[in-house]
Design a protein around this ligand. Sequence first.
Ligand SMILES: Cc1cc2nc3c(=O)[nH]c(=O)nc-3n(C[C@H](O)[C@H](O)[C@H](O)COP(=O)(O)OP(=O)(O)OC[C@H]3O[C@@H](n4cnc5c(N)ncnc54)[C@H](O)[C@@H]3O)c2cc1C
Length: 397
Amino acid sequence: MATLCQTENLTDIQIQILETVKKFTDDRIIPEAQKLEHADEYPTEIIEGLKELGVFGLMIPEEYGGLGESLLTYALCVEEIARGWMSVSGVINTHFIVAYMLMQHGTEEQKQKYLPRMATGEMRGAFSMSEPGLGSDVSAVSTKAVRQDDGYYSITGQKMWLTNGATSTLVALLCKTDEGSDSVYKNLTTFLIEKKPGFGETAQGVTVPGKIDKMGYKGVETTELILDEHRVSAYQILGNEPGKGFFHMMDGVEVGRVNVAARACGIAWRAFELGVLYAQQRQTFGKPIAEHQAILFRIAEMASKVETAHNMMVRAARLKDTGRRMDVEAGMAKMIASEYCSEVVEASFRIHGGYGYSKEYEIERLYRESAFMLIGEGTSDIQKMIIGRSLLKDYAI
Ligand SMILES: Cc1cc2nc3c(=O)[nH]c(=O)nc-3n(C[C@H](O)[C@H](O)[C@H](O)COP(=O)(O)OP(=O)(O)OC[C@H]3O[C@@H](n4cnc5c(N)ncnc54)[C@H](O)[C@@H]3O)c2cc1C
């Protein structure tokens, strides 16, 4: 084995794209990550570079100006980018989910209107399900859209934790519409909300109050979103399908889970690289610490976890690319990759001794980043619920 995270049976185009993204990560992301993260500064130049590479439109079909690539290609690029700095992968993640939802469920008119500008990165997406009172329990959404006599809707409520909340100009927003179904899940609707970038009132009745100060995942902003009688046309309902919002969002979250698994793989891969290098440089008791069996075993365990997570993530992406539903595989990949990421980062942190606790060392940042992997796109408890319930169906007596 040469290095970790190698993927077999890629096409020439996939190999070429990955080599380009790897070079970009090594040359443009890794050298800047520490400085920008500690300053909590938006990676403007890096994002401009990714726009030029076409990363914002990787999966958007060619007819809408994208590269028409697979989820696998996308996930492998995300893994590479997160190896450099996880926050950068966060900038493209919710954008990608919104583009994916449009591709799968949008009307032709909505696709024509948004996808070409999303492919270039001119228009950027945010994905908004969570509220102050809910994250895991999506059925508890309280933001409400009320249909008016003129066919418009008026939306009022408070949303929470919008990654790219300020930089985005298109928000896929889940709200209650209560148009008569007896199931709470069928009373939820996805609206496509257009707004200006920035903070304050960014559209009529749409306010982005400010940045949430986070433990890690710095550089990219996470915000609240306040809606106060925001008027929006019924044509802005995704797919012109009221009552399908829960289904739309869960489809988006399914690919989002592969995406978070890929990010966790990237962080773990980098933590391994840093740990294995440090272990050969640091000497104790007259030899490199890598020669102490406890450290050697730690290195072996770290690498095995990185490889397991990578392979599960790749399998989930490949399954999705066949057009199948894969909520179980995506859930397993997300759970294992995020839990292993935490363990690998912790192991590398221990290898670094006291220096791991210094902000000068990258592992300190990875430690804070890995914690978020356990939460985004559903916690491990939620993945276990999805996986467990499905297994009980498949193995029903
Ligand atoms: C930095 C950041 C960025 C985010 N970006 C976005 C975004 O762009 N868009 C968006 O919509 N959301 C976003 N989120 C929200 C994220 O998806 C939620 O935080 C996550 O789903 C967990 O929800 P919660 O925080 O409400 O926790 P809760 O749902 O309140 O859960 C609290 C605890 O209870 C456990 N739990 C809950 N229900 C069960 C159960 N039935 N069985 C067992 N255990 C259970 C959970 O696992 C967790 O440990 C972001 C969050 C963060 C921190």
